[in-house]
Design a protein. Structure first.
Ligand code: COA
Length: 410
């Protein structure tokens, strides 16, 4: 359905209507960046959008109070009758891609007031956020979200779900024994060490987000359900949750400087799981993480599921392309829809595919052979010469996006 909600960068504050809105006799609709004086109304909106808003309200209060990079214009709004009815917030961050770090954002707090849903406002506010990003030179957004909603908007699932589950009941001996460096709850002074471990061991995958070595970035928002542990010799850390994953202790993030530290950290986590009456340690970290490798060697089970709720959205292609490549698409690009795009090399068309499929290729989630096997690109089959070049220029990796401790309530 054609939508005419516009706004953002170029057309800030433009008044417009959706076709759906018109048919319902809605008043004029404005899509724009927030101003500081909108904050109380945005907070009210967040309270109305989510039934149990502790999590979302906490993210709003915490980031607006602490994040020095978050400015009012990074919150995008759909406003009717002078009240915001849909909202989306961008936390500006450097994002890692297969081509290196690029300016980007974490997308969060996307919501529409229940009484205004189904009129295109949710799509409009996300589309506006992407246009805003493009206008500010931000190339890629990463986030978790409702698959059916974001797939329609041209966003691509790129973060696979990984689990390495180690039963602790059967563990004994060296790993569980005493004499290993103990785990302690990380304090404010640990932020620089944690940031350095994170940069070296965690933020090494496409989709990772850079984190500052400042205390607010590393604060745990709800200690009832989460802990940030650091080895007492500070050679490893782990962020864990207690409220999820059945009986297991859920390890959301783990970094160890070497194999000895990995043994110490996994042993400490297993002891912690046992102390809390949990039967397993569940590592939600890539399989090549030292702790996941060690857990597997000790008898853990691995589970890998294709990406479903972990998304990337590309808002500028150039920083994600090797030299000689370019992407042709409508002008201006059609954000908020999964339209067709063309990948070219030195001016020559190579392939056509949906925006989401190209996003999977440039983020290193799907290889050209995967896309071809799925029938997601044309021509089909792709000539071997082009395919072999694309194989070399767009190698498949393992995108992984790990959210900072302050983003979790439950
Ligand atoms: C998700 C949400 C923002 C959508 O807002 P909305 O204004 O109703 O969405 P739109 O009218 O712009 O819908 C755009 C498209 O997404 C679809 N859609 C909307 N909400 C959806 C949902 N929850 N799940 C799947 N698809 C959805 C619509 O059917 C529409 O598709 P169509 O164009 O093919 O008809 C809104 O339902 C909401 O605030 N939900 C609660 C908060 C939430 O879950 N937010 C985070 C999303 S991860």
């Amino acid at each position: 359905m054609a939508e005419r909600l516009t706004g953002c960068g170029a057309g800030e504050g433009q008044k417009t209507k959706t076709d759906r809105g018109r048919s319902k006799g809605a008043s004029d609709v404005v899509v724009r960046g927030a101003r500081a004086e909108d904050y109380p109304a945005v907070r009210e909106l967040i309270l109305s959008v989510w039934e149990d808003p502790d999590d979302e309200l906490g993210i709003w209060d915490y980031t607006t109070a602490n994040d020095p990079d978050l400015r009012p214009e990074h919150t995008r709004l759909v406003v009717t009758a002078r009240r915001p009815v849909a909202t989306a917030t961008l936390l500006p961050r450097r994002v890692r891609t297969p081509r290196g770090w690029v300016p980007g954002a974490e997308l969060t707090l996307v919501g529409c007031h229940p009484e205004h849903r189904g009129r295109g406002y949710g799509r409009a506010v996300v589309r506006d956020a992407f246009r805003f990003m493009a206008s500010r030179g931000m190339a890629v957004a990463v986030f978790h979200g409702e698959p059916d909603f974001y797939l329609r908007l041209g966003c691509a699932p790129v973060f696979a779900s990984v689990r390495t589950e180690l039963e602790v009941v059967a563990l004994g001996g060296e790993l569980m024994g005493a004499g290993r460096p103990a785990l302690a709850e990380a304090g404010e002074d640990d932020a620089p060490v944690l940031a350095s471990l994170y940069a070296d061991r965690v933020a090494v995958y496409p989709g990772s987000v850079a984190r500052a070595p400042e205390a607010w970035v590393w604060r745990v928002r709800n200690r009832q359900f989460h802990s940030l542990f650091v080895l007492e010799d500070r050679r490893g850390y782990s962020f864990v949750s207690f409220g999820r994953e059945g009986d297991g202790l859920l390890v959301r993030e783990a970094a160890a400087v070497d194999e000895r530290a990995a043994r110490g950290l996994l042993g400490g986590l297993a002891r912690e799981a046992r102390r809390r009456g949990r039967s397993s340690v569940v590592l939600a970290v890539p399989f090549d993480n030292l702790l996941a490798r060690l857990a597997f060697l000790l008898g853990a089970e691995k589970r890998l599921r294709p990406a479903r709720t972990g998304f990337a959205a590309v808002t500028r292609w150039e920083p994600l392309l090797p030299a000689g490549y370019e992407v042709r698409e409508g002008s201006p690009p059609e954000f908020g829809a999964d339209g067709e795009v063309e990948l070219r090399f030195e001016g020559r068309p190579l392939l056509r595919c949906r925006r989401s499929a190209l996003t999977q290729l440039v983020m290193g989630y799907r290889s050209i052979d995967d896309l071809s096997l799925l029938g997601k690109c044309r021509p089909c089959p792709l000539p071997e010469r082009e395919r072999s070049m694309l194989r070399g220029d767009f190698p498949v990796g393992f995108p992984h996006y790990s959210e900072a401790p302050y983003l979790f309530w439950l």
